[in-house]
Design a protein around this ligand. Structure first.
Ligand code: ADP
Length: 610
């Protein structure tokens, strides 16, 4: 008997099983995985910072460009608002009455003339749209003014300390921005000399209020400021910024401001720009107004920048999430593929192991079956031998008698009768040789391939082997088998038929008129042409106690060691070995029926054999 292969050890895989798979994974993470994760995080933060920064810069550039454009418009507006009045004092000063009054000087004037000039200035001022138009004598005292009839009239007020007065008198033109000492209203002053007979006898000044510009800026929601040459904001859409200093004032400037009373003693705390401008200084666009020594600046709205940054953040967050999701998916996929590969390898190993085991078991079974068949055959030979011995005794006795008789006849010279005797003897010897050859055939261990076997012949040979027994038991056997050829081993087929017929004969032992019917009809076996041989008897039928186990080895109901219980088991094994089938059922009229289905020889098979 072949030794079984030792079962292969169960598949072990450090990734799939093992006592500490989780810690193993963590350990894996702490090196390569953790480093990759850290790099990815650093990369993500870097991309985030760069991209958000880039989006902000782009937005700042766009907003600043737009702001510069508007700043240009505001600067032009401011310029034209002032320019409109540039020649007003010069032109108004040409009036001889004006010059005469200035020349007369404050305190020496004719009230009628003063009144005339007052009204003249008032009319010009009204039509030009300026704030105040007033005339000063050479000492800077106001002799006539467009606001002569108002409570805050300039008439009599001394403006000699104002730079515009001195500049106009001494240099021909005076320009100045300041808060009115009388009105407390800030304004722009343009002054021109009043000349009489080639002499500068006074100064005519116009004050312009630029508040309307501020209103315009405010309505367009722009934060605009105009600062003087010292950096003091004097016009702004934001009232909070007004009169604040964009840079620290040096002591000389402070002294100058006090002297000229430019801002009539107002404080100039430092200008604090909004935080967004400190973060993005480019949002503050400015340009000089060289004609006046001023600077106009526009603080652009930082909201679009914040919005662009927020959009970039959201976009980036989505992108990073997408990247993360893709990363996780890829990781999962790689892991699953690895696991699948490992599982497949484990499965392959297990399969190979199983195949080896199946092979070993099959070989064992084949051996056991062969041994069993052989053992059963020997057991049967024992039983058959008894019958055969009896069968041989008869012709032996006859041979003896014929031989003795032949000797006597020879002595008597009866040649013809001797010859007859000898022919008889030869016939008996033939019969004996046949019996012994059948016995030899039966006991031979045969594992031959299927070959064409004529079914009627096989049945007859089986019956011949059992002839004596059947006769003794007075069993009536009827055979109705067509001339068909089956694909089987002849010896094995005989063995199976002998088994079935013998069992039938055993079953009919106590029956008054024992009968065995052997028939065969065409059938199908796994879609192939076959023949079904039926061995039916009129015995007691199948014992319910063993009906379900008939084909199991060592199942027998025969008493006192008469049966081994191997016949059917071996017969079934043989039938199946050659692609046949063996079944049992109750007969319609009592008794048992055994159905042996045998494959018919196929055409190719037939060809191969012939
Ligand atoms: P054995 O003949 O040694 O008992 P078998 O395997 O040939 O072994 O038969 C097993 C059993 O099947 C028999 O003991 C018997 O109970 C039953 N059996 C077989 N053939 C018949 C039959 N023709 N009628 C009734 N019972 C049968």
């Amino acid at each position: 008997m072949r030794r079984r292969n030792a079962p292969a050890s169960p598949p072990t895989d450090p990734h799939l099983a093992g006592p500490f798979p989780f810690t193993a994974r963590l350990r894996g993470m702490s090196t390569g995985g953790a480093l990759a994760l850290l790099l990815a995080a650093v990369g993500a933060v870097g991309i985030w910072v760069l991209a958000v920064g880039h989006a902000e810069r782009r937005a700042v550039e766009a907003v600043a460009a737009d702001a510069r454009h508007r700043l240009e418009i505001y600067a032009n507006n401011l310029d034209s608002a002032v320019e409109r009045f540039d020649y007003l004092p010069t032109v108004a000063a040409r009036d001889p009455a004006v010059a005469a009054l200035a020349a007369a000087g404050f305190g020496h004037t004719d009230p009628v003339e003063v009144d005339r000039v007052n009204r003249y200035l008032e009319a010009v001022n009204a039509s030009a749209g300026s704030a105040v138009l007033y005339l000063m004598d050479a000492e800077g005292r106001t002799v006539a003014s467009s606001n002569w009839n108002r409570p805050d009239s300039y008439v009599g007020v001394d403006f000699s300390y104002r730079p515009y007065f001195r500049d106009a008198r001494d240099q021909g033109v005076g320009r100045f921005y300041g808060v009115g000492t009388v009105t407390r209203l800030p304004g722009y002053f343009i002054a021109a000399p009043v000349e009489r007979d080639g002499r500068r006898v006074g100064v005519l000044a116009v004050k312009i209020v630029l508040d309307a510009l501020e209103d315009g800026w405010r309505t367009s929601h722009d934060a605009v400021l105009v600062a003087d040459r010292f950096g003091i904001v004097f016009l702004s859409s934001n009232p909070e910024w007004k009169f604040r200093a964009r840079r620290p004032l040096d002591p000389d400037t402070v002294t100058y401001l006090n002297e000229t009373r430019e801002y009539v003693g107002l404080d100039h705390p430092p200008l604090v720009l909004p935080r967004s401008l400190r973060t993005h200084p480019d949002l503050l666009v400015e340009r000089g107004l060289s004609r006046y020594g001023w600077t106009i600046a526009l603080a652009a709205d930082a909201h679009p920048v914040a919005q662009a940054a927020a959009t970039a953040r959201i976009g980036l967050a989505l992108l990073l999430l997408l990247a993360l999701a893709i990363g996780l998916y890829v990781r999962q996929r790689v892991k699953r593929l690895r696991e699948q590969r490992l599982a497949k390898a484990a499965l392959d190993r297990a399969y190979q192991d199983l195949e080896r085991q199946v092979e070993a078991r099959t070989a064992d079974l084949r051996d056991a079956q062969a041994e069993l068949v052989q053992a059963a055959k020997l057991a049967m030979i024992g039983q058959v031998a008894a019958g055969v011995t009896h069968e041989l005794n008869q012709p032996l006795t006859a041979l003896r008698a014929l031989a003795d008789n032949a000797r006597l006849l020879l002595d008597q010279g009866r040649q013809a009768e001797v010859s007859q005797n000898l022919t008889h003897i030869a016939g008996l010897v033939d019969r004996m040789a046949k019996i012994s050859s059948q016995l030899r055939n039966f006991s031979r261990r045969s594992e031959g391939p299927a070959q064409p076997v004529a079914l009627p012949g096989a049945v007859q040979e089986a019956l011949a082997l059992l002839d004596r027994r059947l006769k003794e038991a007075r069993v009536q056997v009827t055979v109705d088998v067509p001339e068909v050829t089956v694909a089987f081993d002849p010896v094995r087929l005989q063995q199976v038929l002998v088994n079935l017929i013998r069992n039938a004969e055993d079953a009919t032992a106590g029956v008054a008129e024992p009968h065995i019917a052997i028939t065969a009809v065409p059938a199908l076996l796994d879609q192939r042409a076959a023949v079904r041989v039926t061995v039916a008897d009129n015995g007691p039928g199948l014992d319910p106690a063993v009906r379900d186990r008939l084909f199991d080895p060592f199942v027998t109901t025969k008493p006192g060691g008469q049966g081994l219980g191997l016949g059917l088991a071996i017969s079934l094994a043989i039938a199946q070995e050659y692609g046949g089938q063996l079944e049992a059922r109750d007969g319609d009229d009592g008794g048992a029926v055994f159905l042996l289905t045998l494959p018919l020889i196929s055409v190719e098979h037939d060809d191969a054999i012939t």
